[in-house]
Design a protein around this ligand. Sequence first.
Ligand code: ZN
Ligand code: ZN
Length: 188
Amino acid sequence: MQCANTPVHKTSVEQKRHAQNVAKKQRLGMPKLRDLLREAKRRTLNEFRLQADLDNILRLELSELEHDLEIEQHIYEELLADVNEWYALQEQNLEELYAENTTDPSQEPVICPVCLKKPLYRIHSLYKCECGVQFEHAADNVQLQQLIQHRINEHEVNCTQALVFFIESQPKSSLFAICGSCDYCCSV
Ligand SMILES: [Zn+2]
Ligand SMILES: [Zn+2]
């Protein structure tokens, strides 16, 4: 019985040992699995870190973009303010022009026919300009303007050149018109 049982028992022990060995090997293999898990975890962590870095870079770039946008918004607002200011000025100019045009024509200054830039101002029968020109004339502003225009029209009939106005000081300061091309010359 014993002889017959022994091999069975032996086999059983061997089987046990074998099973134990397998289990041991599996257990020994476990640290490898743990390592793998650890490695996987480390990789995941690294990926998280990479993700975090990417997030930071993106956030930085976004904030820079926002900053750029803010600057652009400021520039846009400044330009808009300039344009608005320009329109306001134009409107103001138009209003002033309209107001000027509706004033009494006798109060409107005559532009100096000599320098063609500054207005003439009148003290009694004396007309003066900032350019240094001064002459005597009995006409008021409106009449003087008409007389000057009359001389221009009169000359234009026969000549295409521009009439030049000048002051003849003798015997008294008087306004004259002359043409350098034709022989037109007369007092205003
Ligand atoms: Zn002048
Ligand atoms: Zn002429």
